[in-house]
Design a protein around this ligand. Structure first.
Ligand code: MN
Length: 191
């Protein structure tokens, strides 16, 4: 299997080339410094999930485009969170990409684990992006419409993710949830 940093380096270069973006322009679009982008492209950096999100949002593509090689994604392959779960650099969040983005379905599904004390504010995603949060274990809080909303095991929320939003766990135990992110790249066609 390709090393994640190598895959990320290739994916970033490919996305830049597809748009004809220089490193300078990519820095402007993503809010990630040119120096950091250069390091990533040389495979010298293991960026945090927050940085990866900025890059994905700047390109208006799903996060998994940078983390999961496109393969045969349609099929009966068993996906096991316990095997896929990993902790990106310097982050108190564990990520398991259960179903990477596939244009045929228009969504990606993560299992995310927020360790105690974790808080992250998310940049707005592209217009029309919708998130679904389904709590599997523990308690967490979700920032929607400027308010932190408390969620418990079994709670499910769908919200427009093209505005500011956030996730946090100020409890004593990890909070685990599914996050289904639906990308609607062509709203007219979808209607
Ligand atoms: Mn988000």
């Amino acid at each position: 299997m390709l090393d994640p940093n190598e895959y990320l380096a290739q994916a970033l270069k490919a996305q830049r080339q597809a748009r004809g973006w220089s490193l300078d322009q990519t820095a402007r679009e993503t809010g990630v410094s040119k120096a950091m982008l250069g390091q990533i492209e040389r495979g010298e950096s293991s960026p945090t999930i927050a940085t990866l999100w900025k890059i994905a949002t700047g390109f208006n593509v799903a996060l998994s485009e940078f983390t999961d090689p496109r393969g045969n994604r349609i099929g009966n392959e068993l996906r096991q969170a316990g095997r896929l779960r990993h902790q990106p650099a310097a982050d108190q969040m564990l990520v398991a990409s259960l179903f990477p983005y596939d244009p045929a379905f228009g969504f990606e599904l993560f299992e995310l684990t927020l360790l105690p004390g974790y808080e992250r504010l998310s940049e707005p995603h592209a217009q029309g992006v919708t998130e679904h949060v389904i709590v599997i274990r523990g308690d967490m809080e979700l920032l929607i419409d400027g308010n932190w909303q408390r969620l418990q095991e079994g709670d499910a929320v769908r919200f427009p993710a093209d505005g500011p939003h956030g996730y946090r766990n100020f409890g004593q135990t990890p909070a685990v949830f599914h996050n289904l992110i639906h990308y609607c790249h062509d709203r007219e066609q979808a209607r």
